[in-house]
Unconditional design. Structure first.
Length: 123
């Protein structure tokens, strides 16, 4: 892969992270999001390849994985609405959330994981 192509691909991925309002996450939420991953091996691969770049890093505008303060108002909209946002794209998040291998069931499981509404995650 040519260096300029790799740099462009990385910039496009980060550009896909939504910039948003709200209060910044606290240090505990940032530290947790940096190491949190789904316990399910299949979901862990999908999360690492598509979600973590935005949902595991502060400053992207995307709600951090496991940050209930950021996820609770979103979760109140319901899983179908959140899944539709991922599939269709929302603000800075591209359609499909850059997960080219995800099924609708995967999206639901990943949203539940990031919102802290599933089985325990691993660190």
């Amino acid at each position: 892969m040519r260096p300029s192509f790799a740099l462009t691909a990385a910039l496009l991925l980060l550009a896909g992270c939504a910039r948003g309002g709200g209060q910044p996450p606290n240090d505990e939420a940032v530290a947790r999001a940096a190491t949190l991953k789904p316990a399910d091996a299949h979901l862990a691969v999908l999360y690492a390849s598509a979600c973590h770049a935005c949902h595991g890093q502060p400053g992207t505008g995307a709600p951090l994985a496991g940050d209930h303060v950021a996820w609770d108002p979103r979760w109140a909209k319901g899983l179908p609405a959140l899944t539709a946002s991922v599939v269709g794209g929302y603000r800075g998040m591209p359609a499909g959330g850059q997960c080219f291998a995800c099924t609708r069931a995967d999206y639901g499981a990943l949203i539940r994981f990031m919102a802290g509404r599933d089985a325990p995650a691993t660190h």
